[in-house]
Design a protein. Structure first.
Length: 129
């Protein structure tokens, strides 16, 4: 029989923050999924518009909804990825320089994968390019 180790691992401040973020992400995802479900039946159908004007406007409504949904799906996927990263214990590490991402940045933008320095540098490069 194994002897249970008495030393209880207490979470650091950062680990607590990450757990809080994980919970928030799960809630946010549930909300997004519920919204996506709610709009499922609302897509205007493609046929049944004898007037070409109606057809055009239905078409643009539909495109709008699809774009919106596409963005939601991307966000849901991003949230899933982030939760996986948290579970792997790799959360909050900049993908570029490997440094810890500032806790305040993570709180403001939980799906951030770059530290503020790398992100700023990337954005400047984009402007130059
Ligand atoms: Zn970095």
């Amino acid at each position: 029989m194994k002897k249970a180790t008495a030393a209880k691992k207490s979470l650091t401040k950062r680990e607590k923050l990450i757990q809080k973020i994980r919970k928030q992400l799960i809630e946010q995802k549930a909300k997004l999924v519920a919204e996506a479900e709610a709009t499922r039946g609302e897509l205007p159908d493609e046929g049944n518009h004898p007037d070409p004007g109606d057809q055009a406007s239905a078409e643009s409504d539909r495109n709008f909804m699809l774009r919106l949904r596409n963005r939601e799906y991307k966000l849901i996927r991003k949230i899933d990825e982030t939760i996986t990263i948290i579970d792997n214990g790799e959360y909050g590490i900049c993908e570029d320089c490997g440094e810890e991402i500032d806790a305040r940045r993570l709180e403001a933008r939980p799906v951030a994968t770059f530290c503020i320095e790398c992100k700023t540098r990337q954005e400047e490069n984009e402007k130059l390019g």
